[in-house]
Design a protein around this ligand. Sequence first.
Ligand code: SF4
Ligand code: SF4
Length: 236
Amino acid sequence: MLGKGLLQGLAVTAKNLVGSYHDPARYVTQEYPEVQPKLPEAYRNFPFLVSETADDPMGTLRCVACQICEKECPPQCIYIEKSKDKKPDATGKAQIYPAVFAIDTAVCMSCQICVEVCPFDAIKMDQEFAIAATDRFGGLLLNREQLAKPNAYYHQIHPTEAAEVDERLAAERRAAEEKARLAAAAKAAAPKPAVPAAAAAAAPGAARPAPAGSTAPAASAPVDPVPPPAPRPPSP
Ligand code: SF4
Ligand code: SF4
């Protein structure tokens, strides 16, 4: 029927108009920015760096500056400089860390490839969309300090994904600890290496072998001679 689609569209509009007076699910207008939108968990825009704690974000960054994300980023908007030294990560293991880590959000296309390629779950997608600056270049170039956000924040914006990551990292750490424990136990239980014959013969106090063909017993090692008795004093 001619105009059927138009009537169906008007019916949906009327339904939402009436429904918006009594059904909160049909409120289509929000008082932004006073009322922030509730974003779906899968929403993403720009990456951020995960730190284990909020107290010491720079000291507990998961990033080890392997630079894989920098190489794989299609528009090349990540810039990383490795540290010259190492410092303990959240697990106490000495690691290289990013001395410089910057992302140019003016260029980032939110593809999430950096997240997919990171072997350390150190970079994740944020939901912060209101990034505005009057300086197009410096203002949108986010540095390490601006990019670091704690794991608790990751749980807040992507709870399902963050729980999976935590579980996987905990399992990997347990497996590494168990491997180290087994290696230490195997090392402790390994038999001591036998002392070579030449070294044994050269050792002080070792018996000297008898000459070939001799029936004499092997000569024992020289023993300290018994000191002669002290001379008796002359009789009066
Ligand atoms: S989301 Fe894509 S474009 Fe943006 S930094 Fe990551 S890899 Fe690069
Ligand atoms: S974010 Fe991940 S992939 Fe990128 S440098 Fe750090 S550890 Fe490597």
